[in-house]
Design a protein around this ligand. Structure first.
Ligand SMILES: [Zn+2]
Length: 239
């Protein structure tokens, strides 16, 4: 804790020195940006301090000698999507891989590590309502950087009207199903031998599915996308 506090003070000092050095050459906007950065660092360090203090004694012992997660989860990097929505205590449970548009190809190695080295029995690809990456793949704005364009390449959409909620919802689903199909090809042997199940879902904070804001909606189980078939075949296992 003392060491952590020293690092915290160091970061704050660094930002303070930077602020004073730049003061003569920066305008009010940059000053307020510096203040915002200080507040962000403070928020994160104080949050971590509270997290550590709230944990029961010995809580971190189970993390020290390795991990045995139950699921490799691929979600969008969107700030509105976090693992605590899928698992009350995600620590140690979720091998979490995040990228824009919850794609398999753009983080192939990380996912493969979860599936083939940590041997999680489930690979779960989760899209979400109003996904900006899906909307960008639909509308294809010209101002995006090449690195971002490259990371939109394997998003599969159904149209180009990013202001049409129904079409965005359909494209989010289409993308999840496409990512599941890529995963099913790559991990065909694991799935065939029942060592892996590939799931697709949508984290619906917009209530597009009329099941309530924030519900996780299962839309794909090993390539099965028919809701009644999912319900019929997998109800006992997945609900
Ligand atoms: Zn997204």
């Amino acid at each position: 804790m003392v060491q952590q506090y020293r690092i915290f003070i160091f970061i704050l000092s660094f930002l303070t020195i930077n602020s004073s050095l730049w003061a003569s050459s920066t305008d009010q906007i940059n000053k307020s940006k510096q203040e915002q950065i200080r507040e962000v660092v403070h928020h994160i360090m104080v949050s971590n301090d509270a997290f550590v203090k709230n944990m029961p004694s010995g809580y971190f012992d189970r993390h020290i000698h390795g991990q045995k997660p139950i699921v490799t989860m691929v979600t969008c990097a969107d700030s509105r999507v976090h693992s605590h929505a899928m698992d009350v205590h995600p620590d140690g449970d979720i091998f979490l891989v995040r990228n824009i548009g919850n794609q398999v190809s753009t983080t192939e190695g990380s996912i493969e590590y979860g599936v083939r080295h940590l041997h999680t029995p489930v690979l779960f690809v989760i899209g979400h309502s109003s996904c900006g990456a899906v909307e960008a793949a639909m509308s294809r704005p010209k101002h995006l950087e090449p690195s971002i364009w490259r990371e939109l390449e394997t998003i599969k959409v159904v149209g180009h009207k990013a202001d049409d909620h129904a079409q965005v919802k359909e494209s989010v689903e289409s993308n999840v199903n496409h990512q599941v199909s890529i995963a099913l090809k790559k991990y065909a042997s694991e799935v065939k031998e029942n060592r892996l199940t590939v799931l697709g879902g949508v984290y619906d904070f917009r209530n597009d599915y009329s099941q309530g804001n924030g519900r996780l909606v299962l839309i794909n189980v090993n390539g099965e996308t028919n809701p009644s078939e999912i319900e019929k075949k997998y109800n006992d296992h997945y609900k």
